[in-house]
Structure formats: C-alpha cells, structure tokens
Design a protein around this ligand. Sequence first.
Ligand code: FAD
Length: 384
Amino acid sequence: MNYQPVVIIGSGLAGYAVARELRKLNTEIQVIMLSADHGGFYSKPMLSNALATGKTPASILTSDAALMSSQLKITIRPFTRVNTIDQSGNSILLENGENLSYSHLVLALGADPIRLLLSGGAVEEVLSVNDLDDYRRFREALKDKKEIAILGAGLIGCEFANDLAISGYQVHVIDISAHPLGRLLPEEGGRYLQDKLAAVGIRFHLKSKIQYIERIGSRYRLIFEEGQIIEADLVLSAVGLRPRTQLAEKAGLYVNHGVVTNRYLQTENTNIFALGDCAEVEGKVLPFVMPISHAARALAATVIGTPTPVHYPPMPVFVKTPACPIVVSPPDPIVIGEWQIDANQDGVKALFQDMAGNLHGFALLGAATKEKNAITPQLPPILA
Ligand code: FAD
C-alpha cells in the first residue's frame, strides 16, 4: 500500500479537473495541489469577453484557494513553485528547498505566451494575457486608454479585439497572415470574420509584421517591417502559446511540442502524468477546455487503480466573437482533403472532406453555427 499523496502541480482548469475527478472516485486519497500562482479557481475562457459581460478580475475568481481546499478536501499550497522532479526518488523539490514525496505526480503546468522577437525600447512593456494575474494587470493598464494594438489575429487576439471594440476602444489587429483565424478557417471564413469585425470598428493590418516598438510620451509607436507606422496607448500580444515543458525536460522525461504522454496520460514514467495545455497526448496538443475534462476523468480512474485510456470525441470550439459567431472543429493536419464552402451574406458553412468525401472538420460562421449539432456527429472522434 502506498501512503504517499497524489501531487498535482498547477491550479488551472486541468489541475482542478483532476482533483475533482479523484474526489468523485475516492474520498480518502490524499491530494496535494501546488501552484506557482494564487491557487484560486476561475474559468480562463472568461478573460477574453469579460469587458462586454461586465466582469472584473475580482468577479472572475469563483473561489479562492482556501475555499477550494475545503470543498475538495485537498491541501492547496499557493505561491509554491516546483523546481525539480526527482524521478528515481518519486519526489519533487520546491523553490523553498523543501522535498515532497508522491505516489503519483500530475503535471498540469499550462503554457507560456510566445513573445515575438522585436526591437525597440518598449518591447518589455507589451502585455499578454494567459491567466487571471495577467488580466488584472491588463485591466489596470487599460484605465484611461483609448487605442489598443493587438499583435496576433488568432483565436485569443480576435476575441480580445471584439471585446475591446464593443466596449468602446479603438482596436488595431496586426498579423502576418492574410486573414484572421488563419489556422482555423479557410479563406472565405477568414474574410467573412474580418468584415464582421471591421464593421464593429476593428482595423486590421494583415500580411504585416511588426518590427519595432518604442514609447512616444504616454503612447507607443509600432513600426512595421514594411515601413508602415501606427500608434496606440497599449499593446497586447496574442501570438500563441508554448506548452510549459521545462520541468519535465529537466527531469529527463520525453518532451516534443508538449510533455509527451500515452492514451493513459502517462509519461514514460508510469507514475507521472500530464494533461491540459502542457501536454501532448498521443501526438496531440489541444489547448482547450473540453480535452481537459475527458483527460481528467481517465487520468483519475487510472490513478485510483483502473487503467483507463482517454477517448476524445469531436470537440468543436466556440470562438467568442459576438460580432461574428463561430464554431470550429479543425481537421487533423495529417488528413489530405479540401474545404467545401457554402458562403452567403448570413454566414459561411465550410466542411473539410477527404478525397472519399468523408467529413473531417468544419468551420461554421454566422447563421451556419446553427448547424453545429447536426454536423458534429458526422465527424470522426479525435482519439477513438
Ligand atoms: P493553466 O490554466 O495555465 O494552469 C497552469 C498552472 O500551473 C497554473 O496554476 C500555474 O501557476 C501552474 N504552474 C506552472 N508551472 C509551475 C511550477 N513549476 N510550479 C508550480 N505551479 C506551476 N479554451 C476553450 O476551450 N474555449 C475558450 O473559449 C477558451 N478561451 C480562452 C480565452 C483565453 C483568453 C485564454 C488565454 C485561453 C482560452 N482557452 C479556451 C484555453 C483554455 O482556457 C486553456 O486550455 C485551459 O484553461 C488551460 O488550463 P491548464 O490548467 O492546462 O493551464
């Protein structure tokens, strides 16, 4: 019998999903959650539509660490960073020098915002938002500001742009791609989205690359590689995330784009698991909420003693751009096929089919989003 605790590193949606699933299956097992941040529970997706929905950083926090600890009957240690994993000793070393043993270790470490390599004296002042503390800083910085430049026209960039624009800010969005949501939408969908976002006042600078950011008084000057110049009161970077793999890599665990796991969410060390934004499960890095729920359920069952592989059904993602409702289920990049597009002024229905006509993904915009429930069951599972 192993009396060491299950240790979860990370108090994001992934860490808490595992803690909840463990408690559903077993009320006795000792669980310790360690978090580099405040350790409270909040829904991260709310950050990119909080202005329009009237939420503040304080109201986004659902429960603080103390409340979560008493609800879930687990020990939560906020502001406790893990520095090293000792695989052979089944223990971890904390930043404060303390050693902690585990029976099972769960890595729910999240991801770091990618920073563009830019020059200029104000590069360090560019903000990014990937957690509640970032968002608090962002909201503080927004006070008395009018014009915001967003680097990146991906999902997070478009959501923040829409939220800011409908809340009265002037918004610029800069991206090297030819249309917004370039990785999720076919061209027709991107153009439709761009038109809808432009209609709420968002100004796009596409096929453009920022090179230099400097401060001019209380404002920023952004200089493009192509020579164009814009000014803004605040610059927000939303150019993507990189899974936090350093801790696993330092411990000698296999890392590719994320911390590599099998279908059981196990790394090559069968007592060390990973899920959420830091993980690469069977070759897939899926930085969204739905995969976390499925992974947490399987992981908890395995830890309790019933080895359970994760199954991912189709998991469409809603893009929170109220100016242009969107739901997407991107095809697996290894599938060869093409988009079938049905576009009109009310929306775009794009279906990605392989050469045999089988459906592998979709992008539905505007009125076409209504078809999501009818189309989703026709998709293959993401992990059968
Ligand atoms: P995180 O929430 O990043 O948690 C990581 C945790 O690990 C943190 O508590 C951190 O402190 C801790 N940690 C890291 N390193 C250490 C260490 N060494 N020691 C101790 N603790 C450590 N997904 C959707 O499906 N739909 C949406 O609409 C959507 N909207 C989004 C909007 C925004 C603005 C953002 C940023 C993301 C959005 N996502 C959305 C993605 C989704 O929110 C994430 O996939 C999910 O929240 C990731 O949870 P996580 O627990 O893996 O990571």
